[in-house]
Design a protein around this ligand. Structure first.
Ligand SMILES: Nc1nc2c(ncn2[C@@H]2O[C@H](COP(=O)(O)OP(=O)(O)OP(=O)(O)O)[C@@H](O)[C@H]2O)c(=O)[nH]1
Ligand SMILES: [Mg+2]
Length: 294
């Protein structure tokens, strides 16, 4: 059996988490069209009879503006050190000024000395003839071990990526049980599903200042999971927006999250959401530790 570790890196919004979820076949990392959706490292395991590939999804590479950003940078660094392969994911819809940003992000990988496979993602969203010029320009920025154009959303050519990765893996042990798909505790996944809906339904600066904590989660005798979660935001004005007129926004976040949580747990869920203000929490170490950013 072949086995190994693969880190998924790239700039925010490239589609890293979408790709990992597609490969694993379960939503272990949340996805949104807002940059910096992923905040930690998230493991996703793909086991077949021939191989076990352990993927590590990471936050998008960006310049940190607060302590949370610095932690995210650390997660990227540690996740990309001891792996067998690095995937560098790029959204193929690149504007002229973005090649420089890709180049800067890639410069940070130079120290890694690990084979880097370029994943040119979202090919479903542009004309086929436009993909090749993008590949040509990107390949001049870095000495990639391989290049795979694909659509993480549609799943097109994801198989080719798996074969490419397997080229760099050696015979090895199965690291995790065959039925394990992630290292994320159930509570963390539930909290993230709620944050995903908040990200999707809120705009401007609010999404970046949101954190979700599960205060209570237990299964009642009738089989219903009772979950009490708190959505933290940074300002009183944000709290009002999250709750919305007559509580409509919060209700919407809750009912959409509940659908995902019920699918994930395979059982009925009663979800109660509270909104609290925690000013400038993204710079408060102790608070961040309590909600899982060690
Ligand atoms: N059209 C298209 N959209 C995609 C594809 N893959 C991802 N997206 C979209 O791109 C956006 C960002 O996807 P994510 O998977 O959250 O991106 P990410 O790289 O994990 O982002 P961060 O966690 O913020 O770094 C979402 O709106 C996805 O639906 C794709 O193959 N095609
Ligand atoms: Mg992500």
């Amino acid at each position: 059996m072949k086995s190994g570790f693969v880190a998924i890196t790239g700039r925010p919004n490239a589609g890293k988490s979408t790709l990992m979820n597609k490969i694993i076949g379960e939503k272990v990392a949340i996805v949104s069209n807002k940059p910096q959706t992923t905040r930690t490292k998230i493991m996703g395991v793909r086991t077949t009879k021939d191989s076990q590939i352990v993927f590590i999804d990471t936050p998008g590479i960006h310049r940190p503006h607060n302590k949370l950003g610095e932690k995210m940078e650390k997660y990227i660094y540690t996740a990309t050190q001891d792996v067998d392969v690095l995937l560098y994911v790029v959204d193929c819809n690149l504007h002229e000024n973005e090649y420089e940003k890709e180049q800067k992000a890639l410069a940070g990988l130079k120290k890694a000395e690990i084979p880097v496979v370029l994943v040119v993602n979202k090919v479903d969203s542009i004309e086929k003839v436009k993909v090749l010029p993008v590949i040509e320009r990107l390949s001049s920025l870095y000495d990639f071990a391989g290049i795979v154009p694909l659509s993480a959303r549609m799943g097109d050519n994801v198989d080719a990526l798996i074969s490419e990765i397997e080229n760099y893996l050696e015979e090895g042990p199965q690291f995790f049980p065959g039925d394990l798909i992630t290292d994320q505790p159930e509570r963390q996944i539930v909290a993230e599903y709620i944050r995903e809906k908040a990200l999707r339904l809120l705009n401007k600066e609010i999404p970046h200042g949101i954190a979700v904590e599960i205060e209570k989660m237990h299964k009642k005798e009738n089989g219903v999971h009772e979950i009490l979660a708190v959505i933290y935001c940074e300002r009183q004005s944000h709290k009002s927006i999250i709750i919305g007129k007559k509580g409509e926004k919060l209700k919407d976040i809750g009912s959409r999250a509940r659908v995902d949580i019920e699918r994930f747990l395979g059982e009925k869920v009663y979800l109660e959401l509270w909104v609290k203000v925690k000013e400038d929490w993204r710079n408060k170490e102790a608070f961040m530790n309590t909600i899982g950013f060690e």
